[in-house]
Design a protein around this ligand. Sequence first.
Ligand code: SF4
Ligand code: SF4
Length: 743
Amino acid sequence: MEKKTAVYVCSGCGIGASLNIDPLMSISKEDYSVPVCKSHECLCSREGAAMIKEDISNEGVNTLVIAACSPRVMYDVFNFENCIVDRVNLREQVAWCQKPGEEDTQMMAEDYLRMALAKVEAMELPVPFKPEQEISRDILVVGGGLAGMTAAMEASKAGYGAILVEKEPELGGFQKKVGQIATFPYKDLKDNRIISDLVKAVTSNPKIKVYTGAAVEKTVGGPGIFEISIKQNGSLAEHRCGAIVMAAGWQPYDPGKLDKKLGFGLSPDVITNAMFEEMSFGGNVTRPSDGKPVARVAFLQCAGSRDPKHLPYCSTVCCTTSLKQAVRIKGQNPDSEVYVVYKEMRTPGQAEDLYRKAQESGVLFIRCQDPEVKAEGGRPAVEAADELSGETILLGNLDLVVLATGMVPATAFGPDIGKELLKAADEEKKEEDLDVPLDIIRRSKILNLDYRQGPEMPALRYDFPDSHFICFPYETRRTGIYAAGCVHRPMGIGSTLEDAAGATMKAIQCIELTSRGAAVHPRAGDMSYPEFAMQRCTQCKRCTVECPFGAINEDEKANPLPQPTRCRRCGVCMGACPERIISFKNYSVAMIGSMVKAINVPEEDEEKPRILVLACENDAYAALDMAGIHRMTHNPWVRVIPLRCLGSMNLVWIADSLSKGIDGVLLLGCQHGDDYQCHFIKGSELASIRLSKVSETLNRLALESDRVRFETVSIIDYPKLPGLLDEFAEKLVEIGPNPFKGW
Ligand code: SF4
Ligand code: SF4
């Protein structure tokens, strides 16, 4: 497209009071030969936007530099179809955070305008990616339990087809084995009809195709164009689908791994809560050892849960499940003695009513952190130090001890599976040589993804396949694949229904955005995608390894094979590529490089150092805006460039800045590590790893390592930012000016 550029400067919101607008016009006209330059006292008003639209229609302008408020606000007002648009943040990051009328403030605004003009010169209008194959609007649901069937029903209600794959011969999942449930309003136990009703609804729904006794043999492609092979009874069925809801469920924590003190294996009458459900389905509970009625029962809570040696988390449902089971025993035999030995009783919301019901039914509660199950006279007994009475109680001659074990996601071994499969296949290892037993490997194969980064879902802490639990609660690290139900996190019936509906809505959103060629969150709607100048690729594999979303496959010669519909447009691959051959139409190494070059670096004797701040647009840039909104003045020497993710940072920008005479470079990214807040999971961490190699560049330029600094900030850290910038500026003054100034 032939560009015709226009610059619009807003003088409202205090910008006009802080800055001299005329020099901004002159820079645009004289230095950059911009044909249309206008200012307006309120550019975001109807009149202001109409003025721009008129120029688009009448003057043919198609490349717009809008110097006004932050790009984080008014994006609808300043979104003009088929136009390249860049926003210069004169309000939050100049007028609201710098001293009005000062020379330094004016210089900052002029630099930002130059940087934007250089940027739009390098930018092109993104052309949405359209795959060759037709986009499918069907949703694959893996797992035919409560979550999976709910997801399939929700998809069909919204007008989308669903393909439901269940590995067992029948639909229903674990809930199929549960006879009675305790749900809102928690007054009485109810017969569990949820599953039977859902099975009827799903199997009679013409929009849902059900495969039972089946498994996903292979998943190829990406959102919109997933090609799924489903194996059932030895034959293969092929489907294309647009998105996937993974509702593969959970497994009870293996009681064999519990501390011996909890007595599993000591007697057949020591069972788990999951075994209780199966035993009690449709009948009375009896002693497993001899089938006699039960009259003395103890429930032991948190068996392995909230224990760093076993499951460090709370499975959220074990307390209400034990209360339900205790009430059930009392209902079966009101004269029975039922004890619940607990660390803390967790009955969130109105489940508290079930707790009261259990107390009213005569269930006795003992608070003890470390109970022990023993065998006394051939019967199980529980010894518990009661924290409330201060006495040690021995519950002897028990008919049943029920251990409240927690939930393990079906993906528990996901991260290891790829490695183990490779070991098994490539090295022909025998089962005993594998770290994970073969049957677990087989059971853990859920999606069989044809992804370079492995066949199953990467997991976060505790093996749940989440990706960003703070900002994107349904996301996984595989675009277009959404976890629902207990594979996502431990949850009860009510939460599962909501979770399945939420995941399905995300799947639908993904299909719709993909069909328009747009990205899903966090850059929802972005039409750009990475393009590879393959003739210069050295097959170094950095992009295929570092992409946080597994969006780049590899051919047999190790050439990257980008899968654009999987891409989240973070630019991490662009930052990783040493050959600098990956770019987006509107974001590239050259484009940021030209912005750096556009910064006016004063001579040494002017005593105006310059600091380049490369700021993650998700948090750090937003925090700088917040500081401006709170009118916190920050250092006038800084020049900020927002990056999609700090992981997209290419080291060449640092080298270019320093060799141009910029005194220091500050990288502001998100927290990484276990408590990461990086929106692209690994971007910030990868940037810090790359930065560890920057010393080479500094040595080559004979510059001090203190000139480059990495800091992590979240949006709520904005009050610290002015101090942080000042402190870095002081350090640079101490080091002295960059000797490359004026070269
Ligand atoms: S690193 Fe980011 S931009 Fe590059 S392919 Fe992966 S998701 Fe897309
Ligand atoms: S990082 Fe660059 S050079 Fe390396 S494989 Fe990817 S595209 Fe090729």
